[in-house]
Design a protein around this ligand. Structure first.
Ligand code: IPE
Ligand code: IPE
Ligand code: MG
Length: 251
């Protein structure tokens, strides 16, 4: 059991990104529907975000729905797209209660990804959540919905090309900073620790640029079962890594 005091105060990852995988397998093991797995997975995000904040993490990104997840059976896609609505119903569309809950957590919530394929209800809800939490400065929860890293890079290339064409950007001035500033995630810092649950060891098109020097942590635990305790374990593991960034070993 890793208690909170075993996590060092220094070398806390500033930005943790989660590929929250395994909702379906978690549910199947329990003889339940995939929908149940997704519900429990969605509920787990808040608990992990609160612990991450407590430990001194500044940003937590979660991969909730990828640009490739539209390929799943329509029934599953519909179910996933309906999850936010059901979550909001918990508050009976009472905006004040909704606001209070997020404000109490002192978590700023933002959404990252394409905005041209989501329904108006979800777009409106995302905007309401972003507006209601925008003054919260302690911690940012970045929820990636209809997000794909290749799509993000293509989008960045297009917007830079447009600026070059209309002469508001000099092609020779394009550097890594310029590129980063054209990504959906701007101005979030790069990822320090990438955690993928459920045993798979791949990026599945998640934050390719932002993960350039991230440390990876893979666990067999399915996302709905990923606990605050395991988060602490992953951070303790991260704190033992030697990040060299292409240089030489420290000490
Ligand atoms: C992750 O769980 C959530 C999403 C991708 C939306 P999965 O739905 O991928 O669960 P498995 O991989 O089938 O167990
Ligand atoms: C990655 O999980 C996407 C999200 C967690 C939203 P998938 O379950 O879709 O990834 P693959 O298909 O196993 O690579
Ligand atoms: Mg999966």
């Amino acid at each position: 059991m890793i208690k909170r005091d075993k996590v060092l105060k220094r070398d806390v990852p500033k930005h943790i990104a989660f590929i929250l995988d395994g909702n379906g397998r978690w549910a199947r093991r329990r003889g339940r529907s995939r929908a149940h797995g997704h519900e429990r997975g969605a509920m787990n995000i808040r608990s992990i975000a609160i612990e991450a904040k407590e430990l001194g993490v500044e940003v937590m990104s979660v991969y909730a729905f990828s640009t490739e997840n539209w390929k799943r059976p329509q029934k599953e896609v519909d179910m996933l797209m309906d999850l936010p609505k059901r979550y909001e119903k918990e508050y009976d569309h009472d905006n004040e209660a909704f606001k209070k809950k997020y404000l109490a957590d002192d978590v700023r919530i933002i959404f990252t990804g394409r905005r041209d394929r989501l329904d108006n209800y979800n777009l409106g809800l995302m905007k309401r959540i972003e507006d209601a939490t925008k003054e919260n400065e302690g911690f940012t929860l970045n929820i990636c919905v209809d997000y794909g890293s290749k799509d993000e890079l293509v989008n960045a290339a297009k917007s830079m090309a447009k600026k070059v064409a209309n002469k508001s950007l000099n092609v020779n001035a394009i550097d890594e900073e310029t590129m980063a500033s054209h990504l959906y995630t701007h101005p979030l810092p790069p990822v320090d620790l990438l955690i993928r649950t459920s045993g798979e060891q791949r990026l599945s098109n998640f934050l390719l640029w932002q993960n350039a020097y991230a440390e990876f942590y893979f666990t067999k635990t399915h996302w709905p079962a990923f606990s605050q305790k395991e988060l602490r374990k992953a951070i303790v593991d991260f704190q033992k890594r030697n990040r060299k960034y292409g240089g030489l070993k420290k000490g």
